[in-house]
Design a protein around this ligand. Structure first.
Ligand SMILES: [Zn+2]
Length: 152
């Protein structure tokens, strides 16, 4: 039984995207376990935070909507500051969600055995950096480069 008997002419044979060579993690198993522990801890703390902040932001806006509105004229200034505060909270949530995403990716890299390798230059990320930021995906040089070019 041949699956490819009916070839679709329009579907070009796609060449697999040039993949970066897989560089094995420079960390020992014990080190990986340590980093995984930190990442999981941080993830727990963060996901608790995000949920709490989202709750608070929502509760605050609900209170505003159902609060003393009937007995009080709406002050534009009040509305403005509420919106600002809500934006601020949502901004924090965004940051923390970005960090959560980075943590997830780092945990995946631990699973794949590629943790601790700079995604850009494929050199090992210095341990001091991993200890400070266990979810770092780039070495400091590449991170600086990325940030330097971010404005363009
Ligand atoms: Zn690098």
């Amino acid at each position: 039984m041949k699956k490819d008997s009916k070839k679709n002419g329009s579907a070009k044979e796609r060449k697999p995207a040039p993949e970066k060579p897989v560089v094995k993690s420079p960390c020992s198993k014990a080190e990986l376990d340590t980093y995984r522990g930190w990442l999981l801890e941080r993830r727990n703390a963060l996901s608790g935070n995000v949920t709490k902040m989202e709750d608070e932001a929502l509760r605050r806006s609900r209170q505003d909507a159902t609060g003393d509105l009937s007995s009080m004229p709406i002050h534009m200034a009040d509305m403005g500051s509420d919106t600002f505060e809500q934006d601020f909270t949502l901004g924090l949530i965004e940051n923390e969600e970005a960090e959560l995403g980075a943590i997830e990716e780092a945990l995946e890299r631990i699973g794949e055995g590629t943790y601790g390798v700079c995604e850009e230059c494929l050199k090992p990320i210095p341990k001091e950096r991993l200890k400070a930021i266990p979810h770092a995906a780039l070495c400091l040089d590449c991170k600086r480069k990325e940030e330097g070019e971010g404005g363009r």
